[in-house]
Design a binder for this molecule. Sequence first.
Ligand SMILES: [Zn+2]
Length: 83
Amino acid sequence: MKYLLVLLVIVIAVGVWRKRRRVEHLKAQRPAPRRENRLQPPQDMVACAHCGLHLPRSDALVLGASPRPEYYCSAEHRAQGPA
Ligand SMILES: [Zn+2]
């Protein structure tokens, strides 16, 4: 009876070990996601107050503050003001 219990523990341990190995093997086979294929999060687009050109908010020049800032595509248009 004692040996049967030891055998059962060994069988369970081997089963767990094999399952873990299979999961690691599958992980290794799956190619890592390539950086260049990942999409960038969408950016807020704003329109230039002078010419209406749409550009990412991070690239725009801002004049004024919230709640209604004016965005410009270039320093030239910012100097000319809204159309
Ligand atoms: Zn502009």
